[in-house]
Design a protein around this ligand. Sequence first.
Ligand SMILES: Cc1ncc(COP(=O)(O)O)c(C=O)c1O
Length: 429
Amino acid sequence: MNYKNSKRIFEEAQISIPGGVNSPVRAFKSVEKEFPIFIKSANKAKLIDEDDNTYIDYIQSWGPMILGHNDDRVVKAVRESLIDGCSFGLPTKKEVELAELIISMVPSIEKVRLTTSGTEATMAAIRLARAYTTRNKILKFEGCYHGHSDSLLVSAGSGLLTEGYQDSNGLTDGVLRDTLTLPFGNLEKVKLLLEKEEIACIILEPIPANMGLIETKKEYLEGLRELCTKSGTVLIFDEVISGFRVANGGAQELYGVTPDITTLGKIIGGGYPVGAFGGKKEIMDMIAPVGDVYHAGTLSGNPISVTAGLATLNILKDDKSIYTQLEEKVDFMVEKIYELSTKYKIPVCINKMGSLFTIFFTDKKIIDSLEDVIATDTHAYSIYFNTMLDNGVVVPPSKFEAHFIGITHTQEILEETLIAIEKAFKAMK
Ligand SMILES: Cc1ncc(COP(=O)(O)O)c(C=O)c1O
């Protein structure tokens, strides 16, 4: 594989952009590669880089592209919308349609506000929970990532874990005091904390996908629900990844557990900038201009994002078989990867949920311990990543992320991927 142009662009990029990238994981630092690939275009399940190399894509823009890149129906809707204008700073009918569609699909949402990113959605959800409960402290779980607002950059997953630290620099003492953290999966610790502290909200990824993928147990979510109800704590499910990816109604539909507030992003914008937070009417009606909890945005509910989101969600709503098909694809991959791991004696643990999976290079079962995830073999993951890349497959450039599968990952594409995985396992011997 020739990466000449990507290498040159990265050298240039580092002069004008910190680290040469606009989001840290993109730099490929943790997978022992000196430069990332720069993408020129994408179609269905494939990416093309600036050197004209073609790759099968398991990043899928970190989740939004469940229908694959450039789905004809989404592209058509966006093209038509562009002609009507791209941003008005005034409300549009389509925003109401998208809100109604989200409410009809996500069990716990009675009212919803659109934002421009998942980060804004979780930030606003926390402010709302604080106002609703008149409490300051919040609880999040180690290794869960909820975007880059100050309160949530404590014990955070994703790029922070990849970079080798968990609290961002630049947070005030007040923020560090008000964001409490606990290990994911331990209900007893949450119970003890809620007995001694007044907490505004518990925020979690109901299916953590930013410390590698964790297969959450139903009893854990049920237990959190019960503890929150008892203590008057707002339960926030951050479904920015799991929303519309594991089921139309996200993890809350899959597990049958109802949060008070849900945050969304990624898929609801069909690949365009978006986020949303929604929940019970009585909580949501505290937001301005009804109430005095401020939330706003020049591009909130942007017509192009809303159009792409509407097209995407309508497709997902109309074709219920999509989630079954995606799960079958993941099941096929997981079974075959385990076969290869046995054949080449490479110990792996693969966690999967819906259309997501993570390969952990370890001989331990990864249940929910962040320490166990951190202890997995980083060098083995780098060999895996680089062999895959050299053989035309892009997998997440960090062992702390999940592989994303979409409907355009055909059987042929999956089999092509397995050939590359076999080469990666051989390279590890
Ligand atoms: C679970 C979760 N919440 C929130 C966010 C932040 O979303 P955004 O990157 O759109 O700000 C992310 C981003 O990956 C995420 O995975």
